[in-house]
Design a protein around this ligand. Sequence first.
Ligand code: C2O
Ligand code: CU
Length: 445
Amino acid sequence: MLRRRRFVGGAAMLTAGLLGNAARPEATTSGAARTVDVALEARTTKLELAGQRAELLTYNGRFPGPLIRAAEGDRLRVELTNALDQPTNLHFHGLHVSPEANSDNVFVQVPPGGRFRYELTVPPGFGGTFWYHPHAHGRLARQLWRGLAGPLIIDRPIDHAAGLSAAEERIVVVKDIALFEGRPRAHVTGDWARGKSGPLVLANGELRPRLVAKTSPIRLRLVNACNARTLRLARDDGRPIVLIAHEGHLLEAPQRLSEVTVTPAQRVDLLVELEPRQDLTLLLKPYASGARREPSRVETLLTLAGAPDLRMIVPPERFESSERLDAGRATRRRSFKMAMAFMHPDGHVHHEPIRARLGDTELWAIENVDTQDHVFHLHTWPFQVWRRDGAPPPYPAWRDTINLRPGERVELLVPFRDFPGRSVFHCHIAEHGDAGMMGIVEVLA
Ligand code: C2O
Ligand code: CU
């Protein structure tokens, strides 16, 4: 599938290029106002999945949902129609936008037959690779599992300036599933403790697809939209994978890594170097989360085939330098413990929202006191890791989702610079979030 670009009114840019789907922009723009309009309908759809008929929950009949793409500063309007038999809503995972009113407000519930128009503007500097999924109270895990998730890209001028736009780009949404009698297998009690996963690991709805690449490196924007499965990626030839962004936020410099671990809800932007007429396989290596080890042996996620006329590109050695927050500036410190079925500050079950002051930078010390991984996610306000088990991170980076191994402790710096309002933080093992590992934070002006 060709990457297709469309310039509308000389201002906003739309791209659609999900492999395995016809490239079909779902958005329209209206010239100077730079408004991007998207219509999503959540509905039950029968489609073909890994050679089987399957009835999924989809956006606009597609799995994964259609790509939503806008640029920093654009006004993005997403109209959600709920054609399901249960309430749903949308969360724009990772976007630094208001959590209130009709912006990224997860307290909105759209009843069956209902319609809601979300409206958001991503401020300059906060573009990247994101995704959208439902966030209706107590229903996130089941609706996500049954298929509701799609990619969301906010283009940044820096990507073009940095020479990155010369590389062919593919968006890859990874989602695992288990099918039973033509449907995603229903949750059972144990799933709420371990998180639900399935043996079929699909890349854009396809099992082990083979993609022809036109440039080397090719840029993969990979979204882990699994409920609970962590992806441990490596090349089959043992050469390094080049990581350029976490959660869409560009790093200061590319990192050459022998493997890249992507926990649920995380995104990575990767540069993968290829040779003409040669196949390169991206592998999934076994990952032990404490709750399970999967896959049980090395599997193929997808294959990249170098085109005969593969274009060689020299990607930049450095990107922009990112701001470095300092714990010395933190005005307030909080601590949280994460374990199954509870997530609470200072060791007490917490029902009251946490209250923070707009303008403050807080230091959140989070400890995983459990025997399995937990995936901490804070809405609305991106954060930086200050210390992980006491050590500074290898490079500065903005994050919205961070994994904690059993016994691990991270200290995060959270600047509440803008967007007052009520929002949430939770474990992004989707079942854990629904089972109560979720808290409310309220930022007051
Ligand atoms: Cu992916 Cu609370 O979100
Ligand atoms: Cu968890």
